[in-house]
Ligand binder design. Structure first.
Ligand code: MTE
Length: 308
């Protein structure tokens, strides 16, 4: 199945299809493809069909403009504006995600299969970057546990490692050794199975823009943003704690857990407050980025200064 962007679909193609399918059949066919085509006779807009999520924050989402032009995606450059300028060249179809390691049923998932694996939810999440800014993003996706349970983790699966695509021809930032490519991140298995951990396939009703991690990224809203790997090609369940790209770049500054914690400062700056993009005054940073009710129990009895 090919999902095309609205600009790729000629109005004439839509009219032709609509002529030989009744409007209702047409909408059903589009729905089966995961798309709702709004305004068949007017301008065509491909929207992903989603259901609302009980995990959404009531915070006001940032604008699509803010979310798609102020990014961290070092594969496309280290300036906030670089990904929006450079990520257009990344080819995101065909795309597969290999899920392997300590599992009974390792499997290579095609993106089309991933799109249909579970109902797509709109989840409005806060994202707190380790650098001290934050955003609110209406992501689209479903819990990562939906994928993990299908490969049947063994009792040795204690951690989950995520690997981003390495393709320097299309990812110009990978020609610089700012990080050890490919970008690798990891979670403990209970963190990965927590329903809040999102397989993210879209935002603002549409497929993910490349600069936000197309075609598939992870979103872990109670951790600093760098834990949420973009453009993922491999998910490996492992026995030992993975070494993430940021840990190997600077273990003193970036720990494995990296839970949002206003009481544990980054060695070079305070984490007590943050600037929400689009706002003038700073906000106080909240423990676990405000998701404590859902996640605090996973860290009961743990020294969160030691395991930062
Ligand atoms: N994933 C990859 N592969 N490369 C990156 O540089 N940056 C991380 C994270 N995921 C990054 C990544 C950081 S630091 C943040 S804050 C978020 O992506 C930013 O996500 P956004 O640009 O969609 O807001």
């Amino acid at each position: 199945m090919l999902i095309r962007h609205p600009t790729d679909i000629l109005p004439s193609e839509i009219t032709d299809k609509a002529l030989y399918l009744s409007r209702r059949d047409f909408m059903t066919a589009a729905g089966a493809a995961g798309l709702v085509l709004a305004g068949v006779s007017g301008p065509v807009e491909a929207k992903l069909a989603t259901v609302p999520s009980r995990f959404s924050t009531a915070d006001k989402p940032n604008t699509k403009q803010e979310i798609t032009t102020y990014n961290n995606f070092y594969e496309f450059g280290t300036d906030k504006g670089d990904p929006a300028v450079n990520a257009g060249k990344l080819v995101t179809r065909p795309w597969t995600v290999r899920v392997e390691g300590e599992v009974m049923k390792p499997k290579t998932f095609d993106l089309d299969e991933i799109m249909k694996l579970a109902p797509l939810e709109e989840r409005i999440y806060r994202l707190r970057c380790v650098e001290g800014w934050s955003m609110v993003i209406p992501w689209i996706g479903y819990s990562l546990s939906e994928i993990l349970k299908r490969v049947e983790p063994t009792s040795k699966a204690k951690y989950v490692e995520f690997t981003t695509l390495k393709r320097p021809e299309q990812m110009p930032g990978q020609r610089n050794a700012v990080l050890d490519w490919p970008y690798v991140e990891g979670l403990r298995i209970d963190e990965a199975m927590n329903p809040l951990t999102l397989v993210t396939l879209g935002l603002y009703g549409e497929l993910l823009p490349n600069q936000n991690g197309a075609p598939i990224r992870i979103a872990v809203p109670w951790k600093y943003g760098f834990k949420s790997a973009k453009s993922v090609i491999r998910i490996r369940l492992v026995e030992k704690q993975p070494i993430s790209s940021w840990m190997s770049a600077n273990p003193r500054e970036y720990g494995f857990f990296s839970n949002v914690n206003p009481q544990v400062d980054h060695p070079r700056w305070s984490q007590a407050s943050e600037r929400r993009i689009g706002e003038f005054f700073k906000r106080k940073t909240v423990m676990f980025n405000g998701y404590g009710d859902q996640v605090a129990s996973m860290y009961a009895g743990m020294d969160l200064k030691k395991y930062f």
